[in-house]
Design a protein around this ligand. Structure first.
Ligand code: DP6
Length: 333
């Protein structure tokens, strides 16, 4: 039995849209920060007597997610020449499927646990590919701090490369997460991306402009230039939602409280407090702060009517095995 932990990551330059549905290849690169205090822990055990994979989320069997979990495990099993089914138990210490990147931390933890349980000596690239096949944002949770998932056209078109840009202590930004709804999002990311690619009139322009946003964000991270990172991150977030709003029918991931949070964060920044916002495919708002501003920002966010809960986090490490690594390996390589 191996247990691994991974944390969600928050994209500052967003991934939205797929080049290939079948391989889950993203249409654009992306850049994110990995959190510390929100986590997914996954235990896995391959069992020759198990007829099917078994997946429990927070202690409850979750057949709806099982197909995706088994599909993620299949190429890893194949690589290890293992035919055994697995018992997988996952716990999240934050709401699932509510726009808090639970699939990213979930699949990063699963790939880390499964490869270790099967005794595979794998490259970071292989792990990234397996995680990406399950969820386009998941590879980024394999690393901590600031992470880029790059898209290259050579040697093969659409090849991705996972690049750890900087560790958390390079620039110890902090994140306030404002929960504005506990409901699952009405349209999941995968379906939302498909609809956007098929119907949004701005989709081609989004793909063209992404490399410039990534260059801008990468250089802001390297130079620890907060204002520059704030501008490009808010731009990427609003552009992604603008694109989705313009799909047919339009995708509205926000609620009224989401919009209030965005205006409050902009007002704080105008008053000199180093904070900017980002929002993924859901109504929760993430406020990214310079170290030192988090208490004030969290205090203000808590007062906003409609904010149900506020969580805070530093930047954290990548996915790792947290117990059982010394256990005998079933398929030593
Ligand atoms: C808005 O990685 O959840 O959070 O590849 O279909 O699983 P799938 O999508 P997913 O989408 C993430 C979208 C986003 C932006 C981002 O994290 O880059």
């Amino acid at each position: 039995m191996i247990k691994a932990q991974a944390q969600p990551n928050i994209a500052l330059v967003k991934y939205w849209g797929k080049r290939h549905r079948s391989s889950n290849l993203p249409a654009v690169g992306s850049l994110s920060v990995t959190l510390e205090s929100l986590w997914t822990q996954t235990e896995i055990e391959f069992d020759p007597d198990l007829p099917e994979d078994l997946f429990l989320l927070n202690g409850i069997p979750d057949p709806a997610s099982l197909v995706r979990v088994s599909r993620c495990l299949d190429p890893i099993r194949q690589r290890a020449s293992c035919t055994h089914r697995a018992r997988i138990q996952t716990h999240n210490n934050f709401p699932t499927s509510a726009g808090l990147a639970s699939s990213a931390s979930g699949f990063a933890a699963l790939v880390t646990a499964a490869t270790t349980a099967l005794g595979l000596k794998v490259t970071a690239e292989e792990k990234s590919e397996w995680a990406r096949g399950a969820s386009g944002s998941a590879p980024r949770s394999l690393y901590g701090g600031f992470v880029e998932l790059r898209l290259h056209e050579t040697p093969a078109p659409g090849r991705t490369e996972l690049v750890p840009l900087a560790p958390p202590d390079h620039w110890p930004l902090e994140v306030v997460v404002a929960i504005t709804s506990l409901s699952a999002k009405p349209v999941g990311s995968t379906a939302g991306m498909d609809r956007t690619a098929e119907t949004s009139p701005f989709y081609d322009r989004w793909i063209e402009a992404q490399p410039a946003d990534l260059d801008e964000a990468r250089s802001a991270v390297q130079a620890r230039d907060f204002e520059k990172l704030a501008l490009v991150s808010e731009h990427s977030c609003l552009k992604m939602h603008g694109l989705a709003l313009a799909a047919k029918p339009g995708l509205i991931y926000w609620n009224g409280t989401t919009v209030t949070c965005l205006t409050v964060i902009r007002d704080l920044r105008a008053r000199g407090i180093p904070v900017f916002f980002t929002v993924d495919a859901g109504p929760q708002v993430k406020a990214i702060c310079e170290p030192g501003a988090i208490r004030q920002v969290a205090g203000v966010m808590r007062q906003i009517p409609g904010v149900l809960e506020v969580m805070t986090s530093r930047l954290g490490p990548g996915a790792r095995v947290i117990s059982g690594a010394q256990a005998p390996l079933m398929f030593p390589s």
